[in-house]
Design a protein around this ligand. Structure first.
Ligand code: AMP
Ligand code: MG
Length: 337
């Protein structure tokens, strides 16, 4: 048996010693089979619930500005400075003009800061299972998110026990995720819990990697974090009309230290609000012309989310690091095929 997963003591932040070793390892094969099963389960579940799958755009005049700390990649589109997608959020909202419930499996490229090469959670190139539902609120989006994640865990447990065994996955822990019934806490409660654990969490900011991992280690099942403060997320996350400064959004944090796997939200779709929110972030609305033109004529209200596919694979397979969940890993700062 060949194995490319890192031995104890080896630096799991780095890529495997060779591309051949990684591609031919039994462990890699097991992980990629698990990933296929996650995708198959998700497609079956969502199409069964009336979702349409669309192929995602890869390039565009603008992309998601909400990716924290990551740099966007420019491309020369016939003399125009275009972007590789950091996320397809703007296109997801636009796609609701065609279908009411959509999903896509979308490649994202983010030049994450070098320090994220050691979080075990960041790739430069990864995929999101992106879901958007016209007319839905946060609760409905969270219910779909829970169904997809628990369904994927259940499908892998049922169909790929040998792969889980080969990888040494603790299946009791995974079984709890397959049951769903994820907990939920407010961002303010998460910050308070972190203070209690001695972690310096800013009450008005995104949960940092270390804090999020800490909460995840203390959890025995997945949990949603609700109501992130405005300023910590993109302009498209809808602000709570009853609680100014608080967003109607959520993350799903997985247990056992694996951390965030989903970010989602009710979306802002009102043209004037979008203009205000874009300006508040210091961005030039003119950049978002195609999107704002659609919003001015009317975009459906919606809620949706994105699941990091490699992170979900890492969790279900119980891997040390997210690079192990892709055939051709690209880590921040690591030059690789
Ligand atoms: P975001 O909207 O930025 O939270 O991205 C949505 C989801 O994509 C996250 O919840 C993660 O699961 C995943 N994700 C984001 N950035 C990365 C990255 N650099 N590497 C791997 N997965 C990522
Ligand atoms: Mg996020």
């Amino acid at each position: 048996m060949t194995t490319a997963l890192t031995a104890p003591g080896q630096d799991v932040h780095q890529r495997p010693s060779s591309t051949r070793e990684h591609l031919t390892a039994d462990t890699t094969r097991a992980v990629l089979r698990i990933q296929q099963r996650i995708l198959a389960s998700t497609r079956e579940l969502l199409t069964g619930d009336g979702f349409d799958e669309l192929l995602p755009p890869v390039i565009g005049p603008v992309t998601d500005p909400g990716a924290r700390g990551a740099k966007q990649v420019d491309i020369d589109f016939y003399g125009h400075r275009w972007k590789l997608m950091t996320s397809g959020i703007l296109y997801k909202q636009a796609s609701l003009l065609t279908f009411d419930k959509i999903f896509n499996v979308a490649p994202n490229v983010r030049l994450e800061p070098l320090e994220t090469a050691t979080t075990h959670r960041h790739l430069v190139e990864f995929h999101q299972i992106d879901v958007e539902i016209a007319g839905a609120g946060r609760e409905e989006a969270m219910a779909v998110a829970e169904k997809v994640v628990s369904g994927a865990a259940a499908a892998v447990l049922e169909h790929l026990p040998a792969e889980l065994e080969l990888l040494g996955r603790d299946t009791d822990a995974l079984r709890r995720t397959a049951e769903g019934a994820f907990d939920r806490i407010g961002h303010d409660e998460a910050a308070t819990a972190l203070h209690r654990l001695g972690h310096p969490q800013d009450d008005h900011a995104e949960l940092d990697w270390v804090g999020e991992e800490l909460l995840s280690r203390h959890a025995d099942r997945g949990f949603f974090v609700l109501d992130y403060p405005k300023g910590s997320r993109g302009f498209y996350d809808r602000e709570d009309p009853e609680r100014p400064g608080v967003l109607r959004n959520f993350d799903l944090v997985l247990p056992e230290g694996f951390g965030e796997v989903i970010s989602g939200s009710e979306r802002e779709s009102d043209y004037v609000q979008l203009l205000t929110r874009i300006r508040e972030t210091g961005e030039n609305p003119a950049k978002y012309k195609w999107y704002l033109d659609l919003a001015r004529e009317g975009l459906p209200a919606s809620a949706g989310f994105g699941i990091g596919l490699e992170r979900l694979t890492r969790y279900i397979a119980g891997l040390d690091a997210v690079w192990q969940a892709t055939a051709f890993p690209k880590l921040p700062g690591v030059v690789s095929p």
